[in-house]
Design a protein around this ligand. Structure first.
Ligand code: NAD
Length: 272
């Protein structure tokens, strides 16, 4: 189903994830780094992608727009921001490209717009591309099903670096959703995203979120199930962005040549 060695383009190639993705694609023998795009007003337009990623010259220059490289790639990997990602999806629909989307922080209307492309674009969209986090989602399903309605309070705690712009993290929300779904609850009704002042005791059904932003933390998530006498904590800690980048490259290889559809990392990893 997936093509042998898809030609990959990276949008946002000068970003934290973009540079790591360049590195990850060059390490993958079953994929080719075909092109990269940086913001049109960036001083890095024309820079060598390898040099941006600290790898030395690769002979692939950073472009200023997807239109200029439309014939050069099969799959786009996009870790940018919601507005850019939606514009890139429209491009992929028009030009018959597949896309791997790691961007987080999409609002409800942006998610609906993204979903509108599911019949026109083969896309993998996941707030966290690491294999470990996706396995953790399955562990959470098991834990929530066994414990959730037995008087265990559920809290999701996450920590990220000081530059992160959205909160709680897309991964924390995904973890909360998985737990909520397993218990027939919804985050809209049961999610509690802030506590301050005289907010009263917690209810049994709420799913609480707490966010830490500090230093260079790559990404840490804990889901706590706590009751009188014991507490279970399921934790994932990412120590390098390479875990997300390798997952994204795996997703790109998987989605290349596939039917249009909205897939996630559970599909890519065969965990569904
Ligand atoms: P970053 O700010 O370092 O990088 C984003 C890059 O996109 C910047 O270099 C910016 O110049 C570029 N960009 C913006 N608009 C553009 C455009 N129109 N064309 C080309 N480039 C453009 O941010 P980051 O830490 O790399 O994170 C990016 C996104 O990825 C965030 O939403 C973050 O939450 C998400 N993320 C997801 C995962 C995952 O596994 N899914 C992991 C880490 C980060």
């Amino acid at each position: 189903m997936s093509s042998h060695a898809p030609r990959i383009a990276i949008v946002g190639a000068a970003g934290r994830m973009g540079r790591t993705l360049v590195n990850a694609v060059t390490r993958e023998p079953q994929a080719t780094l075909a092109a990269g795009v940086v913001a049109a007003d960036s001083s890095l337009v024309g820079a060598d992608l390898g040099e941006l990623a600290g790898l030395g010259k690769l002979g692939v220059a950073a472009g200023a727009s997807l239109a200029a490289i439309a014939d050069e790639f099969d799959v786009l990997i996009d870790f940018t921001n919601p507005a850019t990602t939606l514009a890139n999806l429209a491009f992929c629909a028009e030009h018959g490209k597949a896309i791997v989307i790691g961007t987080t922080g999409l609002a409800d209307d942006e998610l609906a717009e993204l979903d509108g492309y599911r019949e026109r674009v083969p896309m993998v969209f996941a707030p966290n591309m690491s294999v470990g986090v996706n396995l953790t989602l399955n562990l959470l399903r098991t834990a929530a099903t066994a414990l959730g309605d037995e008087g265990y309070d559920i809290e999701v705690i996450e920590a990220h670096h000081r530059h992160k712009v959205d909160a709680p993290s897309g991964t924390a929300l995904k973890m909360g959703e998985v737990v909520a779904e397993s218990l027939g609850r919804t985050l809209k009704e049961h999610g509690v995203f802030a506590r301050e002042g005289q907010c009263g005791p917690r209810s049994g059904e709420e799913i609480g979120f707490a966010t830490v932003r500090a230093g260079d933390i790559v990404g840490e998530h804990t889901v706590m199930f706590a009751t009188e006498g014991e507490r279970i904590e399921i934790t994932h800690k990412a120590s390098s962005r390479m875990t997300f980048a390798r997952g994204a490259v795996r997703a790109a290889r998987w989605v290349a040549g596939r039917e249009a559809g909205r897939y996630d990392m559970q599909d890519v990893l065969g965990l569904t």
